[in-house]
Design a protein around this ligand. Structure first.
Ligand code: HEC
Ligand code: HEC
Ligand code: HEC
Ligand code: HEC
Ligand code: HEC
Length: 179
């Protein structure tokens, strides 16, 4: 095929080529947003539903500072060892991993799924205690999770913060969130 033929072929099929290219771009975007490369894998396959339903725990029993401080915090061995020490409570290999951390006194290296950059001020106390906003509004239905979320179920973007502030007639002055 010479160059002129090639040009003709491209011209004739330009619509198809465009569709094919668009498909590739859309796929790449889907991969970027939902794809495996960005999935967060936690060191222990922790189950929220089980602990809320069977062990009858509430969010604040583990996320100790969610009502009183800016950071909710993710619980570590001191909290887990209230119940998990010595004899395992289940036959799960995930609990074996947990007991190893507890016995050796090593921290569980949880990864944070939700975060805002350092130039943004966000306080749980302000939203949960003063604003009376439920966790589900920003974190999705955590009590139904049987394994750690691999992606944030809500994005802590400036757009999403401001959207709710407008709906609730709360300030969206730059300096309220940026110090
Ligand atoms: C037994 C302790 C425990 C209880 C009770 C608990 N959590 Fe968690 N939570 C964890 C652990 C451990 C993680 C880290 C592993 C994971 O992501 O599943 C976590 C992670 C999270 C995260 C992700 C935080 C981040 O940025 O990584 C959110 C949000 C969360 N929990 C919300 C809740 C809510 C809402 C409730 C109540 C409905 C709750 N949790 C009850 C232990 C607990
Ligand atoms: C109030 C007591 C209590 C606390 C605190 C607690 N657990 Fe548990 N956990 C249980 C009970 C009870 C079971 C067994 C439930 C069953 O299988 O019947 C369990 C089971 C487990 C299992 C194995 C079952 C499974 O498939 O997930 C893991 C892993 C686990 N817990 C992790 C944790 C971690 C991590 C923490 C700390 C962030 C924690 N637990 C804190 C009571 C607790
Ligand atoms: C108005 C939205 C909003 C509500 C409501 C909310 N959170 Fe969060 N949460 C966030 C944001 C934003 C972050 C990231 C904060 C950061 O990086 O400083 C976060 C982070 C977390 C983390 C990760 C650890 C940490 O402290 O950064 C946990 C755990 C958590 N939230 C639990 C909860 C629980 C439990 C509730 C309900 C009692 C709740 N959140 C209610 C927005 C919210
Ligand atoms: C679901 C709704 C909702 C979302 C999402 C939300 N906020 Fe808020 N925010 C509120 C409400 C309601 C208040 C007022 C609470 C009160 O004082 O009664 C508030 C108050 C605040 C304040 C205090 C404002 C003042 O008066 O000085 C700051 C700062 C703030 N939010 C930051 C953020 C940031 C940063 C995010 C995103 C990461 C965010 N908020 C997301 C509802 C929300
Ligand atoms: C309700 C809270 C809130 C308010 C009000 C707010 N911001 Fe933000 N802003 C955020 C959060 C959260 C981020 C980080 C997430 C993101 O980039 O979307 C951010 C990020 C930014 C960034 C960095 C963007 C980047 O790409 O790194 C700039 C610049 C910025 N904001 C400027 C402003 C200005 C200017 C205003 C006032 C017109 C403002 N913000 C008002 C919450 C807020």
């Amino acid at each position: 095929m010479n160059v002129i033929d090639l040009r003709k072929t491209i011209k004739k099929n330009s619509k198809r080529i465009l569709i094919a290219l668009s498909a590739v771009i859309v796929l790449a975007m889907v991969w970027e947003i939902f794809g495996a490369p960005n999935a967060i894998i936690q060191p222990i396959n922790y189950n929220h539903k089980l602990h809320i339903e069977k062990a009858k725990l509430t969010c604040v029993d583990c996320h100790l500072f969610v009502e009183t401080m800016a950071a909710a915090t993710i619980p570590n061995i001191e909290v887990c060892s209230d119940c998990h020490s010595g004899e395992p409570l289940s036959k799960s290999p995930e609990e074996v991993k947990l007991l190893k951390y507890i016995e050796s006194g090593k921290r569980i290296p949880w990864k944070k799924i939700y975060s805002v950059p350092a130039h943004v001020y966000f306080s749980h106390r302000r939203h949960v205690t003063i604003g009376e906003i439920k966790c589900i509004q920003c974190h999705g239905n955590v009590q139904e999770l049987t394994e750690p979320a691999s992606h944030p179920l809500w994005l802590a973007t400036m757009k999403n913060c401001i959207k709710c502030h407008k709906e609730n007639k709360v300030t969206y002055d730059c300096l309220a969130c940026h110090h």
